[in-house]
Design a protein around this ligand. Structure first.
Ligand code: NAP
Length: 347
């Protein structure tokens, strides 16, 4: 028997779609992704990008307050211990928010498979969804909420030192002993870069923020937080030419000043790349229309419809513009309502 709604992805879009479709008695099945080394390296582990971040200050409904008691009921003891302590001063962290969303979806009967979807067949309905380590399932409707993953610079020397000093996630790796009290580098000029630079000052002796232009893209409030921080030094108009190491670990980065046309080697123990994202659409194999960068296109304004009837897209996989947790959650809700209405129209 085919599933009424299959949701691929486990960020805010996926769980919001699950909560809404579960409450509509559609018994959604979520493929939340697999816990593998490859997904860890790509930043595509279950619970999405929010699970790789620290405090979330802009998700409506989560003012500072004591969430500890609520979290204790949402997580089993083992998972609860894995989360950073939630003191009474902060609002909520990304990992806490994601675990709460997941629990909320489960409370309404959402079923979850911890596996990656490797391919889909959208040529006829029911669609066929094939995961890596589980049996394929048939789906009347499909909600794609697979998000986006961090980009790297693409240098050979960068690949060589991945996990040996090169990272695309300060929150995941910044506290590692190899980075403690060492100079570190962040590459990029957006909100992620300034946020990561500020965060890394908790561990580093100094943080170089390297940006290819002379002006940050980041929002003013976040940029100022980084600029004000005495441990952060911004290196303007500079690009990474080479990651340098001793064969085992990263020891420095060769930068080129694009205005002065000069080069310098900056000694550091880590390089954190924060230069934007690429949508996770490889498993679709071109069966859904995307833009040039791979973001799924909504076929109708203000609807989550894709180019395939019965297939909906929500969250960062279809959004290269807003890319916020709250907008992802909103479009996840929209996708669930779109799927529900489509199913009703078919009866
Ligand atoms: P982004 O805004 O797209 O910024 C990417 C940055 O990387 C830009 O400064 C860009 O330079 C630079 N860049 C891109 N390719 C590069 C390359 N090959 N070499 C060197 N530099 C390169 O990405 P983001 O910072 O990840 O933010 C994405 C979205 O998430 C944004 O909408 C942001 O507001 C949001 N966000 C919000 C928060 C928060 O509110 N707490 C935190 C993080 C992110 P140019 O400026 O020259 O293009």
């Amino acid at each position: 028997m085919s599933e009424k709604v299959v949701i691929i992805g486990s960020g805010p879009a996926g769980w919001s779609a699950a909560i809404y479709s579960a409450r509509a008695n559609l018994e959604p099945l979520v493929f939340e992704g697999a816990i593998t080394g490859e997904n860890q390296e790509n930043g595509t582990l279950p619970l999405g990008q929010l699970n790789l971040t620290t405090e979330v200050e802009n998700f409506a409904g989560f003012p500072a307050g004591k969430l500890t008691d609520f979290l204790d009921t949402a997580l089993d003891e083992k998972d609860r211990m894995m989360l950073p302590p939630n003191d009474e001063k902060h609002a909520i962290t990304g990992p806490e928010l994601m675990n709460l969303m997941r629990q909320q979806a489960r409370n309404f009967g959402t079923r979850i498979i911890t596996d990656d979807v490797v391919s889909v067949d959208l040529s006829k309905r029911p669609f066929v969804v094939t995961p890596r380590d589980h049996e394929a399932v048939e789906a009347e409707t499909l909600i794609i909420a697979t998000g986006a993953k961090a980009n790297y610079l693409g240098l050979e020397s960068e690949s060589e030192y991945k996990n040996r000093g090169v990272s695309a996630c300060a929150v995941c790796d910044g506290a590692l002993p190899m980075f403690r009290n060492q100079p570190l580098m962040v590459v990029g000029g957006g909100d992620s870069a300034v946020e990561e630079a500020t965060y890394l000052t908790n561990f580093a002796s100094k943080v170089y923020l390297v940006h290819r232009r002379d002006e940050l893209r980041a929002s003013k409030i976040m940029a100022e937080r980084a600029i004000r921080n005495e441990k952060v030094e911004i290196v303007w108009n500079s690009v990474v030419e080479e990651v340098i190491g001793d064969g085992t670990k990263l020891t420095g980065v060769r930068l080129k000043d694009t205005v002065a046309n000069t080069e310098q080697v900056v000694d550091c123990a880590g390089m954190f790349v924060a230069i934007g994202h690429t949508p996770n659409v490889a498993f679709l194999d071109g069966q859904v229309e995307t833009d040039e960068a791979g973001y799924i296109q909504w076929s109708t304004p203000f609807r989550t419809y894709t180019s395939v009837e019965g297939v909906y897209a929500a969250g960062d996989v279809a959004d290269d513009y807003y890319r916020q947790a709250i907008t992802s959650a909103g479009t996840g809700c929209m996708a669930a309502l779109d799927a529900e209405r489509f199913l009703a129209s078919q009866e």
